[in-house]
Write a protein that binds this ligand. Structure first.
Ligand code: SF4
Length: 415
């Protein structure tokens, strides 16, 4: 091992140890204890390459799960491997959830080494977690470039659901959401999105059955990578999940909704509606991202017609803002016209900018919706005691003063 390179790497290794792969590349492995699942063996996504003249350069390597099926097949053929190798690699990555190429026991060692110099097998490290009394667990996950995202595992009677992020931060910056406070840092790559599901499977030791794309970020502003990741989750050769158990939540990006529909996979779509007039909606979703409601609803109608899936309207109830009789009438009218179901989300917690609804206010609003013929459920707040609302754990890690603290919570009722 080159001692200079080792020293530089050692200074970045929080928990880790360093191993040498060959004389040109150093691979850094983290061994992070995450009870009860044991140790993660995680290779970070860069190498320091030493050139004969003594120069060093940092080479970014890709998460192998970010490659399309065709890209991986072409890479394997280009490296003289038989066609069945891809299926073997997929079996280790998506069914056995390994996080290092060394663990792929039916793959030749020479291929382990070649894969490890080009790709990472896993790209997230848990650095913080909170568990609520109801069993919801939120993880703060560090990416290979040291950015952080949140992933939440929710437990209902008969299933586990993982709530995943698609961006670091969020450009939309909804008024009640901690994820948007710092704006967008970057899009997640497909492998980083998929790895959150693999991480949840490893943590629980069981296959996750349900995924909600409701974590940090606006998925339809990272559409290409989100679709690639969800395709991997639903691909029979990879995670083999049912499309009907995956829900994508959007603040309402009409072009993205139409593109998602045209992709042709019947994922569930949830629209964060929150208000029934453009004026009120713009007070929650900043104008630059707040398309006219009529355009958003037309895109939702297109989604329903194209995929055959019922759209869910998410409505965060904010007393004094969107809980008036005319709001209720407008919401019922949209829901019945679109044949959509309404998911009322009680605003959670603590801030001064918005008030939290009482149980009576929630009940009255829901009863009135039902009376007007709208199918409606109340989202049960899972993990409220651990700040399960989107972005709060990351904000605690990266505090910023003066923002609204009232938030919409993660939930399971409609999942
Ligand atoms: S609610 Fe969703 S779209 Fe709005 S800022 Fe938060 S993460 Fe972004």
């Amino acid at each position: 091992m080159h001692s200079e390179g080792a020293k530089a790497l050692e200074s970045t290794a929080l928990y880790g140890s360093i191993s040498s792969r060959d004389e040109d590349a150093l691979a850094l492995s983290y061994f992070v204890p995450v009870p009860p699942a044991g140790h993660f063996n995680i290779r970070i996504s860069y190498f320091i390459v030493h050139h004969p003249g003594g120069l060093q350069k940092t080479v970014k390597i890709r998460n192998i799960k970010s490659l399309s099926k065709d890209e991986l097949a072409a890479w394997l053929i280009g490296h003289g491997q038989p066609a069945f190798r891809r299926a073997q690699i997929y079996d280790w990555l998506y069914r056995k959830w390994v996080t290092a190429f060394d663990d792929m026991r039916n793959i030749p060692t020479s291929l382990h080494n070649e894969l490890a110099t080009r790709f990472s097998a896993f790209s997230i490290i848990p650095i913080d977690r909170q568990t609520a009394q109801d069993g919801a667990t939120k993880f703060l996950l560090k990416l290979s470039d040291a950015n952080t995202i949140e992933t939440v595992i929710l437990h209902a009677a008969d299933r586990y659901t993982v709530c995943i992020s698609t961006q670091v931060g969020c450009p939309v910056q909804c008024a009640f959401c901690a994820s948007g406070r710092h704006g967008l840092v970057r899009n997640l790559e497909p492998g980083e999105i998929v790895d959150q599901v693999i991480f949840a499977c490893r943590h629980l030791g069981v296959r996750i059955s349900n995924v909600v794309v409701m974590g940090m970020g606006e998925p339809l502003l990272n559409l290409h990578n989100t679709i690639a990741a969800l395709d991997a989750l639903c691909d029979p050769e990879r995670m083999a999940m049912s499309a009907r158990r995956i829900t994508i939540s959007t603040s309402g990006i009409p072009d993205g909704i139409r593109a998602l529909a045209d992709h042709g996979v019947p994922w569930n779509l949830a629209l964060s509606l929150h208000a029934v007039t453009d004026k009120k909606r713009a007070a929650i979703i900043p104008a630059v991202w707040c398309s006219p409601l009529s355009t958003v609803l037309k895109a939702c109608e297109y989604y329903k017609q194209t995929t055959g899936r019922v759209v869910t309207l998410e409505y965060t109830l904010i007393p004094g803002k969107n809980d008036y009789p005319e709001d209720c009438r407008g919401l019922a009218s949209i829901a019945t016209t679109l044949h959509a179901k309404v998911n009322v989300i009680p605003l959670s917690a603590t801030g001064a900018h918005f008030r939290v609804p009482s149980q009576k206010q929630i009940r009255d609003f829901v009863h009135e919706l039902q009376r007007q013929g709208a199918p409606v459920t109340i989202r049960e707040s899972k993990g409220a005691s651990i700040e399960a609302a989107c972005g709060q754990l990351r904000s605690r890690d990266k505090p910023a003063g003066g923002d609204s603290e009232a938030t919409a919570t993660s939930g399971t009722e409609s999942l």
